[in-house]
Design a protein around this ligand. Structure first.
Ligand SMILES: [Zn+2]
Length: 301
């Protein structure tokens, strides 16, 4: 018997779930860091997902994929791209105070090896709270040296303020923390460049002016798709089922199907804000629809 085991006086403590929070990989000459701003565990996914389906239909699909039916875990994963010239952050997470299990992006950026001051550009895919919530920190810009980029259609929609009841709180948050950036922000439309190697892609529907972003270095492409698909099984295997989170449901379904077809056909890697961490994967055709295939070591080599 070893000395260690003979002097051991209590068993190791139970420590609970430990989730990885930072993952960095190479995309050509760029470096991409995925950061888990946080997660939310809640009831569902039905009826938020498969809103126009029976609970039974949704539960069968979940069970066929080895997932529980009563609760689900929703991840929030912003993407940081270092092009070698600029450090570009896509979405800012929930910010402090929205929920205890999220809002960790700014602290984790430091652990990943950067400072908030080093972020040159903050790009907002759309103005929902889990994407703009971290624009401010203690009442000041969280990334003080960054130029902020919004989609013009998206920003104008929220500025007009004509929203459905379920988005009244989102509107209020937009007015408080995103609108003040409007004077100095850059406004872009689909196909416009953010910086060299990164351009916007039309993903309208989940939010009226949501943008995805095509990132490419040395012929290696990555689509940062925001909330094109919000559940890695339901949204991808059944893209035409209605989702409670989608603001313009028909348009969201059209964008989802167009983008799933594009990334599957062209074998473009995806960074999906709500895909399971580290939220990098591929979409493969499967029967009449698709399935999510998480990336493994392809990008580490
Ligand atoms: Zn979201």
């Amino acid at each position: 018997m070893s000395q260690n085991s003979s002097t051991r006086d209590s068993p190791a403590p139970m420590l609970g779930v430990l989730r990885p929070q930072i993952y960095r990989f190479k995309l050509g000459r760029f470096e991409v860091t995925q950061i888990l701003d946080g997660f939310r565990v809640g009831p569902g996914p039905h009826p938020t997902f498969g809103q126009d389906q029976s609970a039974g239909n949704v539960h069968s699909l979940l069970q066929a994929n080895g997932l529980p039916t009563a609760n689900f875990e929703h991840h929030f994963v912003p993407t940081l791209v270092n092009t070698g010239k600029e450090l570009v952050l896509f979405d800012t997470g929930n910010g402090m105070g929205r929920m205890p299990s999220a809002g960790h992006l700014r602290d984790l950026i430091a652990i990943a090896g950067y400072t908030p001051q080093q972020v040159d550009v903050v790009v907002i895919t759309h103005a929902h709270p889990d994407h703009i919530g971290g624009l401010m920190h203690d009442g000041k810009p969280a990334y003080p040296n960054a130029r902020v980029v919004f989609g013009k259609v998206e920003f104008d929609f929220w500025k007009r303020g004509e929203v459905r009841d379920a988005r009244k709180q989102t509107l209020q948050q937009f007015q408080e923390i995103a609108l003040p950036f409007g004077e100095k922000a850059t406004f872009i439309k689909p196909e416009d460049d953010v910086v060299s190697g990164i351009h916007a892609v039309n993903a309208y529907g989940h939010s009226p002016g949501m943008l995805a972003f095509h990132v490419e270095s040395d012929n290696q492409p990555l689509l940062i798709w925001g909330d094109v698909a919000n559940h890695y099984v339901i949204s991808i295997q059944r893209p035409d089922w209605a989702t409670g989170f989608d603001d313009v449901k028909d348009m969201a379904i059209m964008s989802r199907k167009r983008i799933l077809d594009m990334v599957a056909t062209d074998k473009i890697a995806v960074a999906g804000f709500h895909m399971p961490f580290p939220s990098i994967g591929f979409v493969e055709r499967s029967g009449p629809s698709y399935r999510w295939v998480p990336a493994s070591y392809q990008f580490n080599l």
